[in-house]
Design a protein around this ligand. Structure first.
Ligand code: ADP
Ligand code: MG
Length: 339
């Protein structure tokens, strides 16, 4: 059977059935942002891995080696944050084409290390091998969370509101601009907006402090980070929680530079926000009466705004996207397709 028949998530489901076996220590297995294992009576060890492949996740004409390292590390930190945890120890595996220079590999490590230091984790090992053609950077990261702060994709309850941190679609808009600049040599944005758009993609910032504040509230249902667009992430929460959901288009937070990019390129800003990857914002669900307190405290402690973008529905109502005029259609996740 071809991979394209079942896609990335269909494949992971099959692999999960192949490897699943009872494990007394396992608290969260395959299917969340990170796995969680009970190591001490009240602490859980979190484990996650993400791999970046040249020409799939980055392009050496667009991304510097430092940026490649930074992005590989923050993708993992974001997954630990989404479980309510703090990142701890990383293993870095690199597959290097023989044509690469030592200094270039050190630059990748400059980026990996900068992110590790910024978010309080340490690189403690890895593996180094040759690659016939493309550069591959793979990070496996552990984290730690106390049992009562653990939050999964599976905790959403009917009636909860769906909230997001920051703004969506920015990373994808930045990438679109970088590609345009690479191919035409010009960027149609004013300088300040250009820098904002570019940096959302090149130097993403995982929402670790925001996640900590959100879980400290003790009210939160489910949480996930945005690696493949809001629609897909809400779909993951719905599936794992056994619920439906609706997203209110007009409430989706979108930055002015993203609006400008969409306008300039003639692409739909909603599509950028719903299906654009690597924003590394957080999506979480919380009962209606908890929203105000969490919004206030996160803003006070971190300066990051929280927007309420939808509501959890009974499973039978499926996934719905509601326009500003109240028109409803099915919310379709069309994030990046690997196969
Ligand atoms: P994220 O976007 O948050 O990084 P993924 O979509 O990559 O999450 O992965 C979803 C889940 O599937 C995670 O629990 C991950 O550990 C698991 N997973 C992904 N690929 C594999 C694999 N090849 N074998 C086993 N588990 C996998
Ligand atoms: Mg994730």
């Amino acid at each position: 059977m071809k991979l394209s028949r079942i896609g990335e998530f269909g494949l992971i489901d099959r692999l999960e059935r192949l490897v699943s076996h009872p494990d007394e220590q396992l608290v969260v297995g395959i299917g969340d942002d990170a796995a969680a294992v009970r190591t001490t009576p009240d602490r859980l060890l979190l484990l996650t891995a993400d791999v970046l492949v040249e020409r799939v996740h980055f392009d050496r004409r667009i991304h510097s080696f430092q940026q490649i390292g930074w992005r590989a590390m923050v993708a993992n930190i974001s997954d630990i944050a989404a479980m309510g945890g703090m990142p701890k120890h990383a293993l870095i595996s690199i597959c290097l084409p023989g044509s690469m220079r030592v200094e270039e590999v050190e630059e990748i490590y400059g980026g990996l290390n900068a992110a590790a230091q910024e978010y309080g984790c340490a690189i403690i090992g890895g593996d180094t091998v040759t690659s016939p053609r493309d550069l591959v950077v793979s990070v496996a990261l552990t984290g730690e969370v106390s049992e009562e702060r653990l939050v999964t994709r599976g905790g959403a309850r009917v009636g909860d509101l769906i909230c997001v941190t920051g703004q969506l679609g920015g990373a994808q808009a930045g990438l679109a601009m970088l590609r345009l600049l690479e191919s035409t040599g010009t960027s149609p944005l004013p300088e300040e907006q250009w820098v904002q758009a570019r940096d959302r993609h090149l130097w993403p910032r995982p929402r670790l402090r925001e996640a900590q504040e959100v879980v400290r509230s003790g009210r939160i249902g489910a949480m996930i980070d945005v690696s493949d667009g809001l629609a897909g992430e809400v779909g993951h929460i719905a599936r794992r929680s056994g619920v439906g959901a609706e997203i209110w288009e007009e409430k989706i937070p979108i930055g002015p530079q993203t609006l400008r990019v969409a306008e300039q390129l003639g692409i739909s800003v909603l599509e950028l926000a719903l299906c654009g990857g690597e924003d590394f914002e957080l999506v979480f669900t919380i009962p209606t009466d908890g929203v105000r307190d969490v919004t206030e405290i996160v803003f006070r402690k971190t300066g990051t705004k929280i927007s309420t973008v939808g509501k959890i529905l009974p499973a039978g109502e499926g996934l719905v996207q509601v326009s500003s005029k109240g028109k409803k259609k099915t919310l379709v996740a069309e994030g990046f397709r690997h196969f």
